[in-house]
Design a protein around this ligand. Structure first.
Ligand SMILES: NC(=O)c1ccc[n+]([C@@H]2O[C@H](COP(=O)([O-])OP(=O)(O)OC[C@H]3O[C@@H](n4cnc5c(N)ncnc54)[C@H](OP(=O)(O)O)[C@@H]3O)[C@@H](O)[C@H]2O)c1
Length: 206
């Protein structure tokens, strides 16, 4: 499911072209790691955002990202993204929302695309969060922003499976799993998604 989410969000909404820059938030997770690798295969420069130095190293050394940023130790994300993406951002694959997305929007190129996949920074919010209102930026840069749910692509599942399976078989698509043993650990495992303890797909083994 995360692989299909990455595939359809990137390919159908992002429509990557060689030479473009793809920025991925939640990059070291189940969806993000696949987005980055598919974007590299499409010939793009790929920059990931994640929440630890260990994840930053993993993105660069194991998953082939060109650059990665630890948002937890970076005070000015707008400048950090500008530095990591000297030609601006053509595709922003958003898994998290919040301030990271505000910073990403400030770096979008004309005709950029945002694949709006997840907003984990908001899932526990009890009020609608107030932030900078950046829609004028989207307007003037003529940005396409499209939310999607992977089940929108049910009729194309075989296409997604075929593309992803080919990548795995050829060794071009790697994945990580964080496995927690014991059904009773399910709540703990779920909550740890919010503190970023997983790398790749969080799985509870009963
Ligand atoms: N649209 C769809 O059909 C679809 C399908 C599947 C998943 N999703 C969504 O896509 C996103 C990624 O899913 P996934 O399965 O790949 O999850 P995941 O990335 O494996 O796990 C969540 C990660 O989000 C990061 N995170 C948590 N709270 C954060 C915050 N406040 N700000 C920034 N980062 C935060 C953590 O990593 P760090 O250490 O980097 O903080 C955590 O490891 C989720 O938002 C999920 O709900 C959407």
């Amino acid at each position: 499911m995360p692989g299909l989410t990455a595939y359809f969000g990137l390919m159908d909404i992002g429509k990557p072209k060689a030479g473009e820059t793809v920025l991925v938030s939640g990059a070291a997770g189940a969806v993000g790691t696949v987005v980055g690798q598919l974007a590299k295969q499409a010939g793009c420069r790929v920059v990931g955002i994640a929440g630890s130095d260990e994840k930053v190293e993993l993105l660069k050394n194991e998953f082939g990202f060109d650059e990665a940023i630890n948002y937890k130790t970076t005070p000015d994300m707008t400048t950090a993204i500008a530095t990591a993406c000297p030609n601006g951002v053509d595709i922003y694959f958003d898994n998290v929302g919040g301030e990271i997305t505000d910073a990403a929007i400030m770096n979008l190129n004309f005709h950029a695309r945002i694949a709006l996949c997840g907003q984990i920074a908001h899932y526990n919010a009890t009020e609608v969060p107030m932030g900078p209102r950046l829609f004028p930026r989207l307007l003037t840069r003529k940005v396409l922003l499209k939310g999607f749910i992977v089940s929108d692509y049910l009729d194309r599942v075989q296409e997604g499976f075929a593309a992803l399976a080919k990548g795995v078989k050829e060794g071009k698509l790697k994945y990580r799993e964080t496995i927690v043993e014991g059904f009773d650990k399910l709540p703990e495992a779920f909550l740890s998604l919010f503190s970023g303890e997983n790398k790749g797909k969080m799985i509870v083994k009963a």
